[in-house]
Design a protein around this ligand. Structure first.
Ligand code: HPA
Length: 268
């Protein structure tokens, strides 16, 4: 199937070869609209892809040059809580690799577990904890992509984190570096679960990113993960959590987020 998908896309993009992949999280999808696309392909039209259903997620691949780099942007992603098999969630990541992508920038909206973080902050992901209850590599191994037992000691590349931190400083932005915990969702966490995550060493919590990062690492891509802290996680403040709030905060910070992304892409 994957070769059929890759062939379908290559027919549409001709000799364009993306080097950098970007996955845009909740409320951050706008980033893709600012660049003249070389080609845009709706997920619904791509063999092997599923339709994306969540509000704030568009569901298309945008092939576009940014800062003279060939990129492919996933405008909207699949989430485990939508009910897809985990293999469907990481399918586009594998396809990006087959198309030639070497660097994958993964973004998301996340709640803060670390009490020093506040809504509107950005966090560079230095590591993750997979609490989704599934591993996307379970099943037959495709040795054209990676090893059966991949090493996971540096999923989020240190040199990319350092570079992104430097670029953030240049534009006067302070970013955190922290551990992202992935839950399956779609319910937000209970205060007790947030306490558990804090004890485990997590700084932020979300419902995405880990499957894609895990697979990207497996198939040899360098990953940079950026979380947009959209809210304090449950129990940190008395207010209730809502997806609207998450999207609204992501919308508020998207200007500086975009600026950082541009700087990072330029430097890769
Ligand atoms: N929990 C889980 N996922 C999230 C959150 C949260 O608080 N905010 C944004 N995505």
């Amino acid at each position: 199937m994957i070769n059929e998908t890759v062939k379908y896309i290559q027919k549409k993009i001709k000799d364009y070869k993306p080097q950098i992949g970007i996955i845009l999280g909740s409320g951050l999808g706008d980033f893709a609209n600012d660049f003249e696309p070389v080609q845009t392909i709706s997920y619904a039209d791509i063999p092997g892809f599923e339709k994306s259903t969540v509000i704030g997620h568009k569901g298309q691949l945008v092939f576009t040059k940014i800062k003279n780099k060939n990129t492919v942007i996933m405008q909207g992603r699949y989430h485990f809580y939508e009910g897809y098999n985990i293999s469907k969630i990481v399918y586009p990541t594998k396809v990006m690799r087959k198309l030639g992508v070497e660097h994958l920038i993964i973004t998301n909206a996340a709640g803060s577990v670390n009490k020093d973080y506040k809504a509107g902050d950005l966090m560079l992901i230095k590591d993750h904890i997979n609490l989704m209850g599934v591993n996307p590599l379970v099943g037959e191994n495709d040795s054209t992509l990676g090893d059966r037992f991949p090493d996971m000691s540096e999923v989020y590349k240190k040199d990319l984190i350092e570079m992104a931190e430097k670029k953030a400083k240049e534009i006067g932005l302070t970013v955190h570096k922290g551990v992202y915990a992935a839950m399956s969702g779609p319910s937000y966490e209970t205060p007790a679960e947030i306490n558990m995550l804090r004890v485990m060493g997590a700084d932020a919590v979300g419902m995405s990113t880990v499957p894609e990062a895990l697979v990207a690492n497996y198939c040899g891509m360098d990953v940079l993960g950026i979380s947009c802290i959209t809210n304090s996680a449950a129990g940190v403040h008395p207010s209730r959590l809502s997806h609207i709030e998450v999207v609204e905060t992501a919308n508020k910070v998207k200007g500086m987020f975009k600026e950082l992304l541009l700087k990072v892409i330029e430097e890769i």
